[in-house]
Design a binder for this molecule. Structure first.
Ligand SMILES: *[C@@H]1O[C@H](CO)[C@@H](O)[C@H](O)[C@H]1NC(C)=O
Ligand SMILES: *[C@@H]1O[C@H](CO)[C@@H](O)[C@H](O)[C@H]1NC(C)=O
Ligand SMILES: *[C@@H]1O[C@H](CO)[C@@H](O)[C@H](O)[C@H]1NC(C)=O
Length: 322
């Protein structure tokens, strides 16, 4: 009799850590997820929201004159941080160089926030803005999970202040980009083959991470469904003017989600804009074995070192691929 109890007790004692472990790995959480196909909705509390009250502190100087008469084909909005001056300098010389093509009007601007305590100086950013005239700065704290605000402020500037461009490329400052391949993807001149609502890039179809040790852990309270909406990696994506206007108009009515790319996926779903998968956008950097290996690359993540980016871009440029 006693022996039986003892065995049961032992079983329970063994079960408890296993349950904890399963919970920690997210196995139990999965049981409580809702089916995305039948249950998805957003915002989760169904409340109407007021978008965060952000102001522009600085805008580019090029917004007048020439751009009204001759609207840009492409506007490049680079999401950067105040401290990343070297990356911006490399981008200005390479894929962000506006006069790269004599017959295609291109504009470039960097989107910045406010430095967190001790992260780079505001004054330096002001001097840079004066010198280059290509800085958009807004009054949010530049922190990783404020990326959604940064993306939305870039979209807001484009929608409300610079909405004559045919297309917009949003890209992080740690990317390699071939503007030549971007333009090729978009097609020549006004005869673009894409539909008017274009939202393109590297598309993910994935599920929320439920193991509690992950940096990307998402609780059921934050997001109860078993899948994310299809989304484009926010590190590099293309929007047509119409898609931009619609995405911004819908996006400003939704509560911001912590991950900017998933937020844009939610916005696109709500706005009925299909995500267009393009395999020449890379999330995992492809191996570089000379310019031929990058002949078709449109954009690739993984170029946090501006010296390396500049070297590879110059090689691809010489080979006529960038
Ligand atoms: C929000 O609306 C959806 C769809 O109408 C509904 O299923 C859900 O229960 C609502 N959520 C809350 C928290 O009221
Ligand atoms: C995001 O920005 C807001 C507005 O500036 C700020 O209150 C908040 O602290 C920032 N978040 C982080 C994680 O810094
Ligand atoms: C487009 O930009 C102009 C300024 O160039 C602005 O007056 C207009 O309101 C903008 N359109 C939208 C939809 O915000």
């Amino acid at each position: 009799m006693l022996k039986k109890h003892y065995k049961l007790l032992l079983k329970c004692a063994l079960a408890i850590p296993i349950i904890f472990l399963l919970d920690f790995c997210g196995v139990l959480t999965h049981l409580y997820e809702l089916d995305f196909e039948t249950h998805y909705y957003y915002p989760l509390d169904n409340a109407t929201v007021t978008p965060p009250d952000c102001k522009f502190l600085q805008m580019p100087t090029f917004m007048v004159d020439r751009d009204l008469a001759d609207p840009p084909r492409l506007t490049i909005l680079v999401k950067s941080a105040i401290g990343n001056l070297q990356r911006r300098q490399a981008i200005r010389k390479t894929w962000g160089y506006e006069a790269r093509f004599s017959d295609v009007h291109i504009r470039r601007a960097f989107v910045l926030g406010m430095p967190a305590e001790g992260g780079g100086s505001k004054d330096a950013a002001q001097t840079e803005a004066k010198h280059h005239g290509d800085i958009i700065r807004a009054d949010f704290v530049d922190a990783y999970f404020n990326n959604t605000i940064k993306t939305m402020m870039g979209m807001r500037w484009a929608s409300e202040h610079f909405n004559s461009s045919d297309f917009y490329l949003f890209v992080d400052d740690d990317y390699y980009v071939s503007i030549k391949n971007v333009l090729r993807f978009l097609g020549k001149g006004r005869q673009t083959h894409h539909q008017s609502l274009l939202f393109a890039g590297f598309v993910f179809q994935s599920s929320p991470l439920r193991h509690k040790f992950s940096k990307w852990y998402v609780s059921l309270e934050e997001y109860p469904f078993d899948k994310w909406p299809p989304y484009v990696t926010a590190g590099a994506f293309l929007l047509s003017r119409q898609a931009l206007l619609k995405m911004y108009a819908v996006g400003r009515t939704l509560p911001l989600f912590r991950f900017d790319d998933i937020f844009l996926g939610m916005v696109a779903l709500k706005a009925h804009i299909p995500v267009h998968r393009c395999d020449d956008f890379y999330f995992d950097r492809p191996a570089y074995n000379g310019p031929d290996s990058y002949s078709d690359v449109i954009a690739s993540h993984g170029f946090g070192d501006p010296v390396e980016m500049e070297r590879i871009w110059n090689e691809c440029h010489s080979a006529n691929y960038a």
